[in-house]
Design a binder for this molecule. Structure first.
Ligand SMILES: [Zn+2]
Length: 86
């Protein structure tokens, strides 16, 4: 998680503690979910990755990611299948 995102979550949580509204809680959950959806880079383990389009397959689509730390492009499924093979 990069510093910007951590700062954003902390700010939202502080706002929520001051003024607990469902909208703020939704926002916090959304930020955290967005983070949880992002896999770590298979080459350098950085979480500084961005969504980078989708692969279209016969069986469906694969979300592609680009690591901003080392420029490695990968898909979430390729990591999962790699883990299964090991
Ligand atoms: Zn990387």
């Amino acid at each position: 998680m990069n510093d910007n995102k951590v700062a954003r979550i902390i700010k939202r949580v502080e706002e929520y503690l001051q003024n607990p509204t469902p909208d703020l809680l939704d926002d916090i959950v959304k930020i955290l979910k967005d983070y949880a959806d992002k896999p770590a880079c298979p080459s350098c383990s950085s979480r500084n990755v961005v969504k980078n389009g989708k692969y279209r397959l016969k069986t469906g689509t694969l979300q592609q990611f680009l690591c901003k730390a080392c420029n490695q492009q990968f898909t979430k499924n390729s990591i999962e299948s790699k883990i299964r093979r090991d």
